[in-house]
Structures are given as C-alpha cells and as structure tokens.
Design a protein around this ligand. Structure first.
Ligand code: 4AD
Ligand code: MG
Length: 464
C-alpha cells in the first residue's frame, strides 16, 4: 500500500513532544560532515533558526551523491524522528531517503562563516538565507501580525489609504512624483500645463503618510488605523531613514493629546511584549550577537511608564546638560536625533514623550494650543533610535486650519475635501504614526534601517 506523507515544517518538528514514525522535510543543506559509514546533514527550511540533523547512512542508494552535497544544496528527506544522542539538539532524523533537488556549486557566497552586514547588503537577494536575516524577517512578519492584532482586539477598523495621492501631508515637499510622461528633464516650469496632460490630469506623488485620508475615516468610523508603505524623497544618509518605509497610523475621533499619548505608549509596550513572548529563539540570537543590552532595553520599555515632557522643558534640560551637540539647541528649533538620543539614552535612560512643540516647526494639521505659540504635537523617543512615533491632536477648527494652511504655504482650496470634515460634525480627534522599521530596530537591536527591510531603498541605492 502507498502511504502519502505530508511535508512537515522544521519548526513544528523541533517542538514535537515525542518521536515520530515517519516525516518528510524539505530544505537546504547548511553543512555536511562525513564519518566512515554515514553523513550528518544539517538542514534548515527557514521556518526556524535551528536546523534539524539528518543521518544518512551508507546503505542509501544515492549515498555517493549525498556525500557530494554542499552548503546551499536543496533536498527532501524522509525518515523517522528519534532522540538525538548528540549535544545541542533533541531530535534527529534517520534518513530513509534523501532526494536531491540541486547541488549548489562552491561559488555559493554564503559558506559557513560570519559575514559583515555591509557584504550581505551587496547580496540582498541571498541574505534572508542567513541565520541573522532569517530571524530578522521572521520577527518583521510577527510584528506586522501583532500590530493588526492590537488594533483588531480594540475594535479599530483597518483602512487602506491611497499610495498615489495629490496631497502633501507633511508639507515638506519631499515627494516622489508619479507620472506617465517620461521625457527626461521635462519640468513644469519649462512646460506650463505639463501635468494637465498627465495620467491624472494633475501633479501627483507617492504618499508620505496616510493620515489625511485616515482622518476622514476616523470621522466616520471612530477608531481606525492604516498600515502600509510610505515614501519620502528626503536626501538623508542616515541609518534611520529609508526612501520607502512602512508606517502604522491610528486615528481616533473624540480623542485628545493625552489619550493619544496613552495609546502610543500602550502600542509600543504591547508590541515589545508580543515579540518577547512569540519570538524568543530569534530574539536570543540578537541578544547574543547583535546587542547584548537588548533584554534590558526591552525590559525597561515594558516596565516603566514613559516620561512625558513638554518641548520647552526638553530644551531646558538639553541646554543645561553642558553636552556638546553638532546642532545647537534653542527654543524654536527642531530636536535632532542627537538631542533625542541624549534625552532617552543618557538623561532619562528610558522612552520619553515630548509634546507641545513650537507651531512654526510642525505641519499645518496640528492643533494650535491656547498659548498660540505651540501645537498639540507629540513625539515618542526611545533609546538608540530617537524618534519612533510622531503624532498630534488635529486642528478641528476650520478657520484656524485654513490660517495654518496659508501659514505653511498650502492652498486651502486644494484641500477642500479635508476642510469639509471640519465643516460637518467636526470633533476633537488625534492620531500618530509609528515607523514600522524603527520599531523593528528597537526590538532586534539592529542599528541600520537597511537591515530590517527586505530590499531597502535609500538615496542612490536600488539594486534589487
Ligand atoms: O513624524 P512623521 O513624519 O509623522 C507623520 O507622517 C504623521 N502624518 C503621522 C500621523 O500623525 N499619522 O513620521 C512618523 C514616523 C516617525 O516617527 C518615524 O518613526 C517614521 O515615521 N519615519 C521614517 N522611518 C523611516 N524612514 C524615514 N525616512 C522616515 N520618516 C519618518
Ligand atoms: Mg516626526
């Protein structure tokens, strides 16, 4: 009688409570060691950090071929799972058959040794096959799931906001233009009416934030969030900026700045807790090889109430610190990463929420406070990274909103639909944006944003 045998993923097998009669696994050879009468194969299928050891004995009909298996080769193995006498593993597979898909030539770049992150970036198409990047991208997947879970459990509605848009949410003008008119070097200034001929009949760009659209849905559905890719054409060559990154943007009706801060703090704590609970093995790799202080950092995030500090107070602390900064700090200037890191890393040694920033350094949509000089903005800053969340209570008064648009150089008539929301049933509402990659950097200890994105896009780099 023929037995159909289903493929088992190795992570399931490693968690098995008892030996299993017969399994089929498929994966890639990490190493092969030969003894006189058998070969040890370490197989990994990407489902977990750990490999499973396969013992292939000389009686196998293709034993000669098995002895030619190299690192990176692909195989299918059928055999019994039994207790392993070897150290460091509970189970091993006694092979009944080893089917070879392909033997990798010895030019395979990922031989068994540690490679630098810089080298691995040059082989971005292969790096998810390494222990470190496999772990990083499994955690990335789990983190995305945890975000949906957090909001879903709290009754938030998930909204897909557009990727192509005609508005500039942050008003910074750092956008990628989307056009089907391609002649090199054509500019609207040189060719008036250029964009009228274009696909949408106006100038459009890739979104820098889903916020404005999310606000429309919050004012209809109450509590919503959007979670998707965003794009910024800022020419920042830092380890924290990418041209294409993902942002989580909740938006809540009937919500003030205080509640907004509560929500942001709860989200970060929940995500850290979820990853610690569900990705323990992958996380251990980062604690051992990437950032030894990671467990302490994560513990301090979940254990402490975030400090809440008005911007003015932050400036006072920075000025009084006697610390030398590359960028001088004074009231009215934006905080730079070095300032943020000083506060979170050196001064408070834990996450800090800075709020009530001067109105002249923040976008038009933030609510103007009663003092007339600050807006109800809040940034969450964390050790090692600096800003991880930016948010605010939104300006719900239409006359003030129009004034702020003019003040920041936006033409109110182009945002007529946004202004409509302040005309019909306007209410206090708030929201924030969490940089998804920065959150991943926080939980893994990885210090360069290029290393938490499958195929990163930064100025001058788009190989894959
Ligand atoms: O502070 P930002 O610019 O806020 C907004 O876009 C708001 N519209 C969000 C909202 O209120 N709905 O960006 C939010 C977060 C930052 O705190 C940072 O974590 C991340 O997005 N971020 C970037 N991450 C990677 N690369 C970049 N170039 C980033 N720019 C911002
Ligand atoms: Mg910001």
């Amino acid at each position: 009688m023929m037995h159909i045998i289903l493929r088992t993923r190795i992570h399931k097998l490693l968690a098995a409570a008892a030996p299993v009669d017969r399994v089929l696994i498929k994966g890639w050879v990490r190493t092969r060691r030969d003894s006189k009468t058998f070969s040890f194969l370490e197989i990994n299928d990407g489902s977990a950090l750990a490999n499973i050891q396969v013992i292939a004995e000389e009686h196998l009909e293709n034993y000669e071929e098995i002895k030619r298996l190299t690192t990176g080769s692909a195989v299918a193995v059928i055999g019994a799972v039994r207790e392993s006498p070897g150290k460091g593993q509970k189970w091993e597979i006694a092979a009944e058959s080893v089917t070879i898909y392909q033997i990798a030539p010895d030019t395979y770049p990922l031989q068994k040794k540690r490679h630098s992150d810089e080298f691995l970036r040059t082989i971005g198409h292969l790096r998810p096959r390494t222990n470190k990047y496999g772990a990083a991208f499994r955690i990335r997947s789990e983190l995305a799931f945890a975000i949906h879970r957090f909001f879903h459990d709290r009754g938030f509605v998930y909204v897909h906001t557009p990727i192509i848009t005609g508005s500039d949410c942050e008003g910074a003008g750092e956008m990628f233009c989307v056009t089907t008119l391609t002649p090199e070097g054509l500019r609207e200034k040189e060719f008036p009416g250029f964009y009228e001929q274009d696909f949408f009949g106006k100038k459009v760009n890739l979104t820098v934030s889903g916020q404005l659209a999310a606000e429309m849905f919050a004012l209809a559905l109450g509590d919503v969030y959007t979670f998707g890719p965003t794009f910024r054409a800022e020419n920042s060559h830092t380890s924290r900026h990418a041209a294409e990154f993902w942002m989580v943007e909740p938006e809540m009706a009937f919500c003030d700045l205080e509640e907004n801060m509560d929500g942001a703090e709860a989200l970060i704590k929940y995500l850290v807790g979820h990853i610690r609970e569900n990705c323990a093995e992958d996380l251990a790799l980062f604690s051992s090889f990437v950032d030894k202080s990671l467990p302490d950092t994560l513990e301090s995030i979940t254990a402490n109430t975030f400090i809440r500090l008005p911007y003015e107070e932050a400036v006072r602390i920075l000025t009084a610190s006697g610390q030398r900064f590359d960028y001088e700090i004074a009231y009215g200037r934006d905080l730079q990463t070095e300032h943020e890191r000083f506060l979170a890393e050196t001064h408070f040694k834990q996450p800090v929420i800075i709020y009530n920033y001067p109105r002249q350094i923040k976008p038009f949509y933030m609510r103007v406070n009663d003092d007339g000089k600050t807006v109800a903005a809040m940034d969450v800053i964390v050790p090692r990274i600096g800003e991880i969340i930016g948010g605010s209570q939104r300006e719900e008064r239409s006359d003030m909103l129009e004034l702020r648009m003019r003040e920041t150089g936006l033409e109110p008539s182009e945002y007529w639909w946004y202004l409509d929301s302040r005309r019909y049933g306007s209410v206090p509402h708030s929201g924030y944006g969490l940089g998804f990659e920065r959150m991943l950097m926080l939980v893994t200890g990885i210090s360069n944003i290029r290393d938490v994105i499958p195929f990163p896009r930064t100025p001058g780099t788009i190989e894959f």
